[in-house]
Design a protein around this ligand. Structure first.
Ligand SMILES: Cc1ncc(COP(=O)(O)O)c(C=O)c1O
Length: 416
């Protein structure tokens, strides 16, 4: 599979093309949020300039046009993840809101005290805290698939973790800390075998590799637009139609109703039942443009580029003195993130130091404290990659790490 041409891709990203800086910006924080190509900016600008009016309300041509573009964006998202129909797609603010929607609507309505929700030790807080809160509130039992030393889900005791008490299994397809790619299809089949629903947190997978919800056979899947070259404040919840139909609304108000009277209120059809108030329709149109952009490259090529750049990064990081890399060794088994610790060099110091050299990496717990507790409790540094990442950025990171090492670490922990 030919990889993409990252240098050519970069030219489409104003922040990378116009702001080379001195030294040039090495942006290694795409797992937190990606940069945006001009095609996305232009699509949103065009709506505001030529086609802007509120959707689902006006019968005049401008509103009809905006509504058509919003509907087309929903269909575009459905195609991108191979959902059966646009009605399977609920627009949310982000993945966090999608997960809260499932917890507040599906789980509140259908789970009973004593029912179990199974997640893993490597989940982002977005797939941890909503279940933790609900478990406290409703007497649910929250259980965890443990993580092995090499950063994989430890499935040795899966038959004691997924039982007929399990009602929800909710897992990241790709860990935002370890990079591990989880076999959510097989785990979904195990969940279905006991009558549980399978939720996939696809924040770090949908932007980076081909994802097919029909093939995964999952019940719900969530991701955020801002990590997928799209704007902020737009996210996606994919849901199986039969489940969405049965679920009560999450938020209520305008747009999500069919009729409202003093004695009776009826809900709108799926998916509008879950979209209360004026939606982020310009952002949805921007997200659709981002998906057009990625599909023009080809998601297989996107994935291949990430395997190549991650392999290069892992090799360079492993050669760094004393560095502890979190997650699987093999780039084929992971997404485009590399988290690491260097004894004696605090990630905040490192990130601050690298920032001075125009190298952007994340430092801390990356909204995933439990997995850091699993690996010793201290924070980590994280470099993450996307379609525009080039090897010179990894080199700038490693050079900066050596320079930081000399300034901070050797001063504090002199070698014998
Ligand atoms: C695996 C994973 N899940 C969920 C989220 C939450 O995404 P958002 O903050 O856009 O809701 C993130 C963001 O970092 C993530 O990496």
């Amino acid at each position: 599979m030919p990889a993409l041409n990252a240098a050519q891709v970069r030219a489409d990203f104003p922040i990378l093309a116009n702001n080379p800086g001195d030294p040039p910006l090495a942006f290694l924080d795409s797992a937190a949020s990606s940069q945006k190509p001009r095609q996305v900016l232009e699509a949103m600008d065009a709506v505001y300039r030529t086609s802007y009016a509120n959707v689902h309300r006006g019968l005049y041509p401008l509103s009809v046009r905006a509504t058509e573009l919003y509907d087309a964006a929903r269909a575009r998202v459905a195609r991108f993840i191979h959902a059966p129909a646009p009605e399977n797609i609920v627009f949310t603010r982000n993945a966090t809101e999608g997960m809260n929607l499932i917890a507040h609507s599906y789980a509140r309505a259908f789970l009973q005290p004593g029912d179990e929700v199974l997640i893993s030790e490597m989940e982002h807080h977005a797939n941890f805290v909503p279940w933790w809160v609900l478990a406290r509130e409703r007497g649910l039992v929250l259980r965890f698939i443990p993580v092995s030393d090499d950063g994989q889900l430890d499935l040795a005791h899966l038959d004691t973790l997924i039982t007929n008490r399990t009602k929800i299994v909710s897992l990241a397809q790709v860990s935002n800390v370890l990079g591990t790619i989880n076999d959510v299809k097989t785990l979904g089949a195990a969940a279905h075998a006991v009558g549980a629903v399978m939720i996939v947190d696809a924040c770090q997978s949908v932007p980076h590799m081909p994802v097919d919800v029909t093939d995964l056979d999952c019940d719900f899947l969530v991701f955020s637009g801002h990590k997928l070259l799209g704007p902020t404040a737009i996210g996606v919840l994919y849901g199986r139609r039969t489940l969405l139909e049965r679920m009560p609304p999450f938020m209520t108000g305008g747009d999500m109703i069919l009729s409202v009277g003093k004695d009776a209120v009826t809900w709108n059809a799926v998916p509008l039942k879950f979209e209360a108030g004026t939606p982020a329709f310009v952002e949805a149109i921007g997200l659709a443009a981002a998906m057009d952009y990625l599909d023009a490259i080809g998601m297989a090529a996107v994935r291949q580029h990430e395997v190549n750049i991650t392999s290069y990064a892992l090799a360079r990081l492993r050669a760094f003195p004393d560095l502890q890399l979190l997650g699987p060794d093999d780039a084929e088994l992971r997404g485009g993130v590399a988290s690491f610790k260097i004894p004696g060099l605090h990630p905040h110091d490192l990130s601050d130091f690298l920032g001075e050299r125009n190298v952007a990496v994340r430092a801390g717990f990356h909204c995933a404290e439990p997995i850091h507790q699993r690996f010793g409790g201290d924070p980590s540094s994280r470099a993450s990659f996307y379609i525009y990442t080039e090897p010179w950025e990894i080199d700038a990171l490693i050079d900066g790490m050596h320079a930081a090492d000399a300034v901070f670490r050797r001063k504090r922990t002199p070698r014998a």
